[in-house]
Design a protein around this ligand. Structure first.
Ligand SMILES: Cc1cc2nc3c(=O)[nH]c(=O)nc-3n(C[C@H](O)[C@H](O)[C@H](O)COP(=O)(O)O)c2cc1C
Length: 183
């Protein structure tokens, strides 16, 4: 199985979450004795061939001004060439975002996750949400996917707590277990 985890990160929070997703994914693959190649790349390094080769694609972005970072949107728009040929149809997707939490109610994280869903669904992929039964649901689970808050009450960067990283690992495992079941 080929797995691509693509993310944008300016200040390393989203990267730390992506690393935890990789760890969870690898743990699930090892448990299932599945030989797999898990590739972690920043959006700028992802090519169309990476997307075509992957059986599972997990995309993540920080929230910027209420939606995804433009670097992630650029990757998504470059993937429109694959839509014409239906190259990604039937593949499994996962989505994650980090956010400061401006306004206290999410600052656009749901919108970001939904936009990431929309891209995968437009390609005809199947996208995994974050079920309530997974570890860390209360800290970073949304039915859309993984949402990790990194800001404090003043809207300033605070970091990522261990419970959110646990949720990230659980989400990585969940997406992989889903892909293995469908395989
Ligand atoms: C340009 C910019 C715009 C941002 N806009 C929002 C926003 O609208 N809502 C929000 O909750 N957080 C916002 N944030 C906070 C980031 O989403 C948050 O700090 C994120 O975890 C940063 O991820 P990174 O460290 O991987 O770059 C913004 C940060 C930057 C740099």
């Amino acid at each position: 199985m080929q797995v691509l985890i693509a993310y944008h990160s300016d200040y390393m929070h989203t990267q730390a979450v992506a690393d935890a997703i990789v760890a969870g994914a690898k743990a699930a693959l090892a448990d299932a004795d599945e030989v797999a190649n898990v590739v972690l790349k920043q959006t700028v390094d992802v090519g169309l061939d990476d997307m075509c080769a992957a059986d599972v694609l997990i995309f993540g972005s920080p929230v910027h001004m209420g939606s995804m970072a433009w670097q992630m949107k650029q990757l998504i728009d470059s993937g429109s060439k694959l839509w014409m040929a239906g190259e990604l149809e039937g593949k499994i997707g996962g989505v994650f975002a980090t956010y400061g939490g401006y306004g206290g109610a999410g600052g656009g994280v749901e919108q970001t996750l939904i936009a990431l869903h929309a891209n995968f669904l437009e390609h005809g992929m199947l996208v995994c949400g974050f079920p309530r039964s997974l570890s860390g649901y209360a800290y970073a689970g949304l039915h859309w996917g993984l949402a990790v808050r990194t800001g404090n009450e003043e809207g300033m960067p605070e970091g990522i707590d261990e419970a959110a990283l646990l949720a990230a690992r659980a989400y990585g495992s969940h997406v992989m277990e889903t892909a293995l079941r469908l395989k």
